[in-house]
Each structure stands twice: as C-alpha cells, then as structure tokens.
Design a protein around this ligand. Structure first.
Ligand SMILES: Cc1ncc(COP(=O)(O)O)c(C=O)c1O
Length: 417
C-alpha cells in the first residue's frame, strides 16, 4: 500500500527469520508508505537546523473548530459503551441532515456510519466484489485505494488521465475498453485527491450511462465535496436513474477538519448494499462513541465551519496557481477543487528531485518536502516527472515554498540534466 496522506509513523524493523512461517500474499503485497524515507530525511534535515516546508500531506494545518471540543467537554456519559453498528442514532440523524444541506436526500436506514471514509470505501469494495474482481479507477488516484483493494482482495484497473487536460475524463470509448468480465464497478474521487479536478455534470452523465449500460456500480468518494472553487459541484446522487447502483462514500475528516476523529459514512439507496455494509459494520462492532457525538453539531449545521475553511483553501489554491506561473517549464492547470495539485516538472525524475531538495538543497536554511506523484499511479512509468503539492501551509509560506522549488529546479537542472 502506498499511504502518503498521513504521517505513517514508524515501527521497529523486523529482522527475525523463521523458516517455514510465511506471511499471506496480501500482507506481502501491502506496500509501506513511499514517503516514509522522505519524511525521515526531512526530520534529519531539521536536526541540522534547516526549516522544511511540508507540502506533502493532506492533513489541514488549521485548528479544529472549538465547537467540537466544547461538545466533548459537555458530554454527560457514564459509560463509553459500544455504539450501534450502523452508527449512533444522533449521528445517523445528523448525517441525514448534513446531506439535506447539500441537496442529497437519504433515509436514516440508508446510512451506515463508518470509521472514516476509509472504512466506507473498504465496505463498498467488499460489498460489490468477490476475490479478484475488478474496480476501475482513474489515475492518478488517492493512493490508499491500493491498500483498500489489497485488504478487500480486489483488483484496481487504472485508466490514465493526463495533466494536459487537467486530469478530466478520457473519451467514453477509452473507459469502456477497460470494462472486463470481472469489472464490478467504477470508483471516482470527486473532487479529486491528488489532482484537484472536479468532473463536470456531462462527464458524470457519461459515467452514469456507462454503468447503466454495463451493469456496474458507481462508487463516489466525495469527501472534498464542498471544496469546489469554480462551478457548483455535482454529486452522483444527483442522478436518480442510478439510485440502485450509486454508492456514496463520505467523511467528516476534511470538511470539518477533524481527520483524527475517524467518522465517515457509506450511504446508498440500494438496500442490499446498505445491509451488506451493516453486516460488515456488525463485525467491527462500532465507531468511536465520543467522536460520533462530538461531530453531531457540525453535521447538523455545516455552514458554521465549512465556508470559512473552503475560502481559506481557495486563497491558497490561487496563491499556488499564481506562484506556479512564475516557474519556467512546469506543466500545471487550475485545480477546480480539493486542496491538491499535481504538477509536471521540467526534469526526468521527480522522486530524485524531491529527495535532493529535502536532503541537500536549501535557500537561506529553508527547503520543501514534496510528494513524488509516482505513488499515485498504478501503471508503471507514469507520473515520473510529476509531484503532488498539498496546500497545507498559510499563503505566505506557500509563496515562499514555491520560490524555493523554483530555485531548486534551476540548480537541479544545472547539476543533473
Ligand atoms: C480522497 C480521499 N478519500 C478518502 C480519504 C480517507 O479519509 P478518512 O478515512 O480520514 O475519512 C482521504 C484522506 O485523505 C482522501 O483524500
């Protein structure tokens, strides 16, 4: 698994050899975070007195809204008991209300509260696929989809998107070509991590028509729904013709800036899917009681938090977009949403460049940590000259970081190309 959206933490290396005892193929094929080494290099550099700007992770740098902590302080619990497996009634009702705020109508019986959007995605994959079945994804994609697929014993079939058209969908025929006998669904991330692209209504119409014609499910990861800066965002739930095959995967993590609370949701009008997710949920008993309750006020009234957060990220997106225009040779587009951008660099090996930046380069004792984009692709050789930037710093730090990248590129090209 390539997990590069959170600090992956570290465990001691395992060097015990026990002949005859082997791990499962699943365990062996699960990759560790490719950023782990880069993050370790950044820590080493900091110890040398160099400031490192982190542009690599998807954890917002802003404080969580005080209402969340206030709610926790005011809880009157005698016991921290298991919550119902489908979610605490108050949390389920609050999700229903949240969805109604964004124009989506669900019954409470169509909602399963999950441990983050991550668990919702695993439940959805497991509900629609048998071992070795396939789900189509568009690459570059959120790297943990690899891990979720490995855990669920599902194969991802990537369809490449290109930076030149801002990572929008390819023609219908190129998508249909990849539908094979074992394809069970198409998973989209909209707005996208890592590209910031938002699929237009007409692109979604194409997908809706494809899943109907080929009898597939459409899974939509809409955890960045509100982070839409250009045009109004269209959800897959806006297409009643696929009410029986649309599965919505969502989370409080990003829009409420509560990544550590681990509260997400799977919702669908397809009762069989919801029942299947409910049974998966029963096996893991419940989602954390306190966090579910802590987020009820924000789900009931998302406007209290979301607009100001979105505006902050819009400002950052604009700073990054304008900053990139001043760097010769980079390929970029204007991200329509989320808080990421994938940029093409005028060099061959973005991994080597990122490593060199954090290990050797500095401008006035400051450098940056980037996420090489190769980790977001499944196809070999894709994204080798690309990096993903996450807008997790304030505007002036972002401006400074882009200047460091520009200076780094100039020096790197002289040195290595
Ligand atoms: C596109 C996307 N989907 C899902 C997740 C999982 O989020 P969580 O499990 O915190 O809800 C993330 C986290 O970064 C993400 O970027």
């Amino acid at each position: 698994m390539k997990s590069i959206d959170v600090d992956p933490g570290t465990l001691p290396a395992v060097d015990v050899e026990r002949p005859g005892i082997v791990l499962s193929k699943r365990a062996q094929s699960m990759q560790a975070s490719p950023l782990r080494k880069l993050a370790a290099l950044a820590e080493a550099r900091k110890r040398q007195g160099i400031k490192v700007y982190h542009l690599n992770i998807g954890q917002p740098d802003l404080p969580t809204h005080p209402l969340v902590f206030e709610t926790i302080r005011n809880l009157k619990l005698e016991t921290i008991a298991y919550a119902p497996s489908n979610g605490m009634p108050l949390a389920v009702q609050a999700w229903k209300k949240y969805f109604s705020h964004v124009g989506i109508s669900f019954e409470e019986s169509e909602i399963i509260v999950t441990a983050g959007g991550s668990e919702a995605i695993i439940f959805a994959m497991s509900a629609i696929c048998d071992a070795e079945d396939e789900i189509i994804v568009f690459e570059p994609f959120y790297t943990n989809y690899n891990g979720f697929a490995t855990l669920s014993n599902v194969r991802l079939r990537p369809i490449p998107l290109s930076i030149e058209n801002g990572f929008h969908l390819p023609p219908r025929a190129s998508i249909e070509e990849q539908i094979k006998e074992r394809t069970k669904g198409i998973l989209i991330c909209n707005p996208s991590n890592p590209t910031g692209t938002i699929f237009t209504r007409s692109e979604l119409e194409t997908l809706v028509s494809i899943v109907r014609e080929h009898d597939l499910y459409l899974l939509a990861d809409e955890v960045y729904r509100e982070f839409a800066y250009e045009a109004p965002f269209t959800s897959i739930m806006d297409f009643p013709v696929i009410h029986d095959r649309a599965i919505l995967l969502d989370s409080t993590s990003k829009r409420f800036n509560v990544c550590g609370a681990r509260v997400g949701v799977l919702a669908s009008h397809n009762k069989e899917i919801v029942q299947a997710a409910f049974r998966f949920a029963m096996a893991r008993l419940s989602v954390a009681t306190i966090e579910q309750l802590a987020l009820v006020p924000l789900l009931n009234d998302p406007q209290a938090v979301v607009p100001s957060l979105v505006e902050e990220f819009r400002r950052r997106r604009d700073v990054v977009y304008e900053g990139l225009a001043a760097i010769p040779g980079v390929t970029f587009y204007k991200p329509e949403g989320a808080f990421y951008i994938v940029i093409g660099l005028p060099i061959r090996d973005a991994d080597h460049f990122s490593r060199w930046l954090v290990e050797e380069f500095a401008v006035e004792k400051e450098t940056v940590l980037l996420a090489p984009a190769q980790g977001f692709y499944a196809s070999a050789g894709k994204g080798t000259n690309e990096v993903r930037l996450a807008f997790m710093l304030n505007c002036s730090d972002l401006e400074r970081s882009l200047k460091i990248i520009a200076a780094g590129l100039e020096q790197y090209k002289e040195k290595f190309q």
